[in-house]
Design a protein around this ligand. Structure first.
Ligand code: UDP
Ligand code: MG
Length: 313
């Protein structure tokens, strides 16, 4: 199969028929074998009925419906598990992304050999102040800290090699960072393509202002998890030891000066408290490292290597 198109959707019943028709036009024009996987993220409008009737007209359309609203990441993750096409495209259901971009995205994966091609909404049709400025900041921070040069991490329109989506797990709100997840999984050929962005025709946006707070918190956790989740002791153990050592030095210094030279009350010296706190914090950091190691040891993917090639095995 040439293409799987994964569409996460939450209360988008008005858009779906037009979107499905447009995708079908593009697929037929290019003679692709394809599937459209519509993941209904617990909609409480008519979306699922629409999906059922679309499938009656075109059996390349498949549907998955969640019992309740789990979020875009969960919907994408479930779609990725089901995807059978060589190239997997994700796009939003609200027709802000244009299906006309699909052939070029597919070409960049198949012919140019990229693992991921991420859309870049260079010209955006969103509410300018509340979306564009925070999102510029957010993308700059994500790009700087992750080392992935993308202008628009959160673009819904992206293309992947099939094996990329099978090797990553998108959870929580991590749909914003799929290129980072893929990078940690070992896929480095990531690029972007300027894509057409369109105003929302039907329905309303599903993400409020708190997307940016959550977005930044997720960025911090993903960077941390990516760097240290397999070796927590290397962070906590190191800093625990350093801080504990500082505290011990302070106390040795206090003890020597007290008994050798002068008689004073330990608790009258402010530095006593610095030493005390350092020792307590150092011990706690160390313990956090140990607990982290125990968790890492038990994590299901502790030995989940991605093998690229084998010889004689
Ligand atoms: N979406 C979803 N689950 C959610 C929220 C959103 O599947 O909990 C879908 C939504 O239906 C749309 C896509 O994610 O297809 C992008 O959402 P939206 O258009 O609201 O985001 P925006 O374009 O405003 O960033
Ligand atoms: Mg949208």
């Amino acid at each position: 199969m040439d293409l799987s198109i994964v569409i996460p959707l939450y209360n988008e019943d008005e858009s779906l028929p037009e979107l499905a028709a447009w995708i079908e036009r593009v697929m037929q024009a290019n003679n692709y074998s394809y599937e459209v996987i519509m993941v209904d993220d617990g909609s409480n409008d008519n979306s699922w009925n629409v999906i059922e009737s679309l499938r009656e007209q075109n059996n390349n359309i498949r549907g998955i419906k969640f019992q309740r609203n789990y979020g875009k990441s969960a919907a994408l993750n479930e779609g990725f598990k089901a995807a059978k096409g060589d190239v997997v495209i994700t796009m939003d259901a609200d027709m802000q992304d244009s299906p006309d971009e699909i052939p070029e995205l597919r070409k960049m994966i198949i012919e140019d050999g990229y693992d991921i091609v991420s859309g870049w909404k260079k010209v955006r049709y969103d509410n300018t102040i509340t979306k564009n400025i925070p999102s510029k900041l957010f993308n700059a921070a994500a790009s700087k800290t992750s080392g992935i040069k993308l202008h628009d991490f959160n673009c819904g329109l992206k293309a992947y090699k099939n094996k990329v989506v099978k090797s990553i797990e998108v959870y929580g709100e991590m749909h914003r960072y799929i290129p980072v997840l893929a990078k940690w999984a070992g896929f480095k050929k990531v690029t972007e393509k300027v894509v057409e962005h369109r105003p929302r025709k039907y329905g309303v946006t599903k993400f409020g202002w708190n997307r940016f707070i959550n977005g930044f918190l997720d960025l911090i956790s993903i960077l941390f998890v990516g760097k240290f989740s397999k070796k927590p002791m290397h962070v906590f153990g190191l800093w625990g030891t350093v801080v504990f050592f500082i505290g011990t030095c302070i106390w040795i210094y206090l003890a020597i000066t007290k008994f050798a030279f002068e008689k004073f009350n330990m608790t009258d010296r402010p530095i006593f408290y610095v030493g005390l706190i350092s020792i307590v914090i150092g011990t706690q950091l160390f313990l956090a490292g140990f607990l982290g190691e125990l968790i890492a040891r038990n994590s299901a993917d502790r030995n989940n290597y991605l093998i690229e090639k084998k010889l004689g095995i």
